[in-house]
Design a binder for this molecule. Structure first.
Ligand SMILES: Cc1cc2nc3c(=O)[nH]c(=O)nc-3n(C[C@H](O)[C@H](O)[C@H](O)COP(=O)(O)OP(=O)(O)OC[C@H]3O[C@@H](n4cnc5c(N)ncnc54)[C@H](O)[C@@H]3O)c2cc1C
Length: 309
């Protein structure tokens, strides 16, 4: 809800997930969807300082784990998510970029250059993440000696096809980049949209594959790596030994893999890859809706015409 005053506008309400909110100085707030008809009066673009009176940042519980050796990823990479609550927050007029102008907000939101450049970095990020998780999968398969089985090789090969697919889309977007009216080279966005949509299906599949490779090995690890210096170290060295590496290295690897697939941080990452780019159902549907469909249907109608007329 928004109330106008002579000093600015007063906001009351809540904003959905804002990743990184506790570390930011300012929030850029505008509607993601096109607001039509009567709703248009709610379309604004605002820059709200994080320390505004009445603005509350409600964080989820932390997924960071201080045990660096056991949780290499959780100890370093938790990225906080939060919900913003606006309890009568005054946004001064000089921070109101657009006010009640649905078309201008939509123009800002769908700016081709801004979107393509932002989406390009998300696809670069995703390609790097796929390479890392595939590296973990390969190392696990070698370490427990299951990489000789055909169905494991098939799954490892599938991970490689994921990497190549995303990288190929990235390269295609760069090769077909075009300068915009300001001379900025803009990657072709349809390939980036496809990579982002595929990512919502690829990453859950990665987790599925890692689970199938590791099996019960993920939970057959001592609680702490310090056990390898303890009184039963000689037994752990014997019974936890890997096919290609010693026991301690194998346990380190499986703890890293568990951090990826089973820790709170790992679960959050899977959820993130499914939803960070918006609802995947609407993303796929959006690709259909915005495509030039005649490019594909014209040859079909032409074939029918050639044969039947
Ligand atoms: C870890 C994480 C971090 C995020 N960070 C940010 C961020 O920093 N900034 C930001 O703006 N957003 C962020 N998001 C939010 C993200 O954009 C949303 O989660 C996403 O847009 C989906 O919206 P939702 O969660 O409200 O799900 P909903 O829209 O409630 O959807 C839930 C399910 O219901 C289905 N559904 C919903 N509506 C309909 C309908 N009308 N018809 C049929 N099916 C429907 C959907 O397909 C989906 O399966 C983040 C999300 C996650 C998980």
């Amino acid at each position: 809800m928004v109330k106008e005053t002579s000093e600015g506008i007063v906001l009351r309400g809540a904003k959905m997930i804002a990743t990184g909110a506790p570390y930011t100085h300012d929030f850029l707030i505008f509607s993601f969807h096109r607001l039509m008809n009567d709703y248009g009066k709610h379309a604004h673009a605002l820059i709200v300082p994080a320390d505004s009176a009445g603005l509350h940042i409600v964080c989820r519980e932390s997924f960071a784990d201080p045990r660096e050796k056991e949780h290499i990823l959780s100890s370093r990479y938790d990225e906080m998510d939060a919900v913003l609550l606006f309890d009568d927050v005054l946004v001064p007029w000089e921070r109101v970029l657009l006010y009640g102008d649905a078309e201008a907000v939509w123009e800002l939101r769908t700016n081709k250059t801004a979107n393509a450049l932002a989406f390009h970095q998300t696809v670069v990020r995703f390609a790097a993440k796929l390479e890392f998780v595939t590296g973990v999968a390969f190392a696990m398969a070698e370490t427990i000696g299951v990489n000789g089985f055909l169905h494991i090789q098939e799954k490892l090969g599938e991970l490689l096809t994921q990497i190549d697919t995303i990288k190929a889309l990235l390269i295609a977007s760069e090769i077909q980049a075009q300068p915009d009216e300001a001379g900025i080279l803009v990657p072709k966005s349809t390939y980036l949209d496809t990579a982002r949509s595929l990512g919502t299906r690829f990453y859950p599949r990665v987790i599925d594959i890692l689970q199938q490779i590791g099996g019960g090995g993920f939970v057959q690890t001592p609680s702490s790596l310090a056990e390898f210096q303890g009184p039963i170290a000689h037994l752990l060295d014997l019974y936890f030994e890997g096919a290609t590496v010693g026991a301690e290295k194998k346990v380190q690897l499986f703890k890293l893999a568990w951090d990826l697939i089973g820790s709170p941080l790992g679960a959050r990452h899977e959820l993130y890859e499914r939803f960070y780019a918006g609802d995947p159902v609407r993303a796929f549907a959006g690709q259909y809706l915005s495509a030039d469909k005649t490019l594909l249907t014209d040859p079909v109608w032409k074939l029918l015409k050639d044969v039947h007329d």
